[in-house]
Design a protein around this ligand. Structure first.
Ligand code: MSP
Length: 472
């Protein structure tokens, strides 16, 4: 049995969760469930990022003590993770005292690579990121993601000497020791790495008080990314305990906008600490609303709770895991969501279950022995390459094939002609086929696959009292 550690990006708690946040959780959950099917033991981190200017300013705007504000929003995220059926094992808040203390120890251990200097340049508080002059010029001084002018910063702070690590990081990415997925992002990252200056890793307390204090320097707090990235190992107990049982992570899931932090600063920190790099860094695309970036100012932000409430959890997971491509940007529209629900979940899978269970009941078919499940080689290959939406398509083709087979083999005609043995074999074969697909669908829509398993594998077969995906 392998030990597998899976991580998700920790969202800022400067608001309630939106549908984009679901991507890290859902993708990591599919992987975690898949590895468990493979017989592995999985540790699965989720959490929230509670420090930084953005959060501090928002709490002030609302007139709330920042600690209350982050607690309230952290709870919304915990609730969201539960609602998404995410099989996480550990949840971290970056204001946890153990995390803060461990971060300070990490800083101390990196001190050979940290120096103090004056920073004079641009900053985007929306991205919580320092901006190079080249980027500033390319974007005409305005952040394309936040539509806010970059701020001028002049302050003395600490720097992490990225130059100390560049060769090793490049080598690890090129050799696949740390595999950056998808391939086209790997190229982008290698370019960014080449151009990356040393990174400022602290902010002056005059600018920011809401952060982890830099050890032995009251005038500085840690840059939020140093604190946030450390979560992946502080949650395992680093540096208080040996984390080699779980680290390096098998896969870290992040959105495309934050790959740069995970592919440059994070490996630099790990190398500086003498720790191995994650095996896979997977960067997913963005969920767009009707082809546009979701934003509060455009007013097109889709509330995930509304989507969940419309047709339940598995309809949500189905859409975001099959119709949202694992790597590319994809659209969410209510129309597409409704079509997927009615034409695919209800018609393809819901009807298949209903038809087969009704035929089995009428013709007294049971499964005599517990079926043995196997994942098809084609499916395994896609899952191992993290091509989840394609693996989901692969399994769905099988659902559609089973529907076709029923139409072609016409079990009702066999019943009419009294060909009982042939009929029973045909139905048993179809049910085993369904249960096998069900097994491959289980990382994606676990609630539904559990119901299907209970209908067919638990003795007397009866169709469910209400269809699995009722049409409203
Ligand atoms: N706090 C940092 C992450 C620190 S990880 C050590 C952060 N937070 S965030 O709230 O802005 O984003 C959290 C995750 O949600 C990121 O992976 C981000 O890419 C993802 N998404 C935010 N909006 C998204 C979409 N519209 N679509 C898909 N994912 C997107 O960055």
């Amino acid at each position: 049995m392998n030990k597998v550690y899976v991580t998700t990006a920790i969202p800022y708690v400067n608001g309630a969760p939106h549908i984009g946040h679901a991507m890290d959780y859902c993708l990591a959950d599919v992987y975690a469930r898949y590895r468990r099917l493979c017989g592995d033991e999985v540790k699965f981190q989720a959490g929230v990022d509670e420090h930084g200017n953005k959060i501090f300013q928002k709490s002030k705007e609302l007139g709330l003590p920042v600690a209350d504000y982050v607690k309230e929003n952290a709870e919304k995220f915990m609730d969201f993770v539960e609602k998404l059926g995410v099989s996480y094992t550990d949840f971290i808040r970056t204001t946890d005292v153990d995390h803060e203390r461990r971060c300070q120890e990490i800083w101390r251990r990196l001190s050979d690579h940290i120096y103090k200097a004056k920073y004079e340049g641009w900053y985007c508080s929306g991205c919580e990121r320092f901006i190079t002059q080249k980027e500033y010029d390319e974007n005409n001084g305005v952040c394309p993601d936040h539509q806010k002018p970059y701020e001028k910063l002049v302050e003395e702070n600490y720097y992490l000497r990225i130059a100390d690590f560049k060769d090793q990081i490049r080598g690890a990415i090129e050799s696949g020791e740390m595999s950056v997925l998808p391939e086209f992002r790997k190229k982008e990252v290698l370019k960014l790495l080449e151009e990356s200056p040393d990174v400022s890793v602290s902010r002056s307390v005059e600018q920011l008080t809401w952060g982890v204090p830099v050890p032995d320097d009251d005038s500085q707090v840690m840059y939020v990314w140093i604190d946030a990235l450390s979560n992946y190992i502080t949650i395992l107990g680093y540096p208080d305990s040996d984390i080699s049982e779980w680290w390096p992570a098998a896969a870290q899931f992040v959105g495309k906008d934050i790959l740069r932090f995970h592919a440059i600063i994070w490996p630099a920190m790990l190398i500086g600490l003498g720790l191995p790099l994650p095996k896979v860094l997977l960067s997913h695309g963005f969920v767009l609303a009707d082809g546009q970036k979701m934003s509060k100012s455009i007013g097109n932000v889709v509330d995930p709770i509304e989507v969940l409430d419309r047709h339940g959890l598995d309809a949500f997971r189905y859409y975001f895991l099959r119709h949202v491509d694992t790597f590319a940007d994809s659209d969410f529209t209510w129309e597409k969501f409704e079509d997927a629900y009615n034409n695919e979940l209800a018609n393809d899978l819901g009807n298949l279950v209903q038809r087969l269970a009704t035929l089995a009941m009428k013709n007294d078919v049971k499964l005599v022995e517990e079926p043995k499940f196997e994942m098809d080689a084609g499916y395994v290959e896609l899952m191992d390459k993290f091509e989840f939406s394609k693996a989901f398509d692969y399994a769905w083709d099988k659902v559609q094939n089973l529907n076709k087979r029923i139409d072609e083999e016409k079990p009702w005609a066999l019943a009419k002609n009294g060909e009982t043995a042939k009929l029973q074999n045909c139905l048993r074969d179809l049910i085993c086929g369904l249960l096998n697909v069900n097994y491959m669908l289980s990382p994606f829509i676990p609630g539904t696959t559990e119901k299907i398993f209970e209908i067919f594998a638990g003795g007397d077969i009866k169709p469910p009292r209400t269809p699995l995906f009722p049409k409203h």
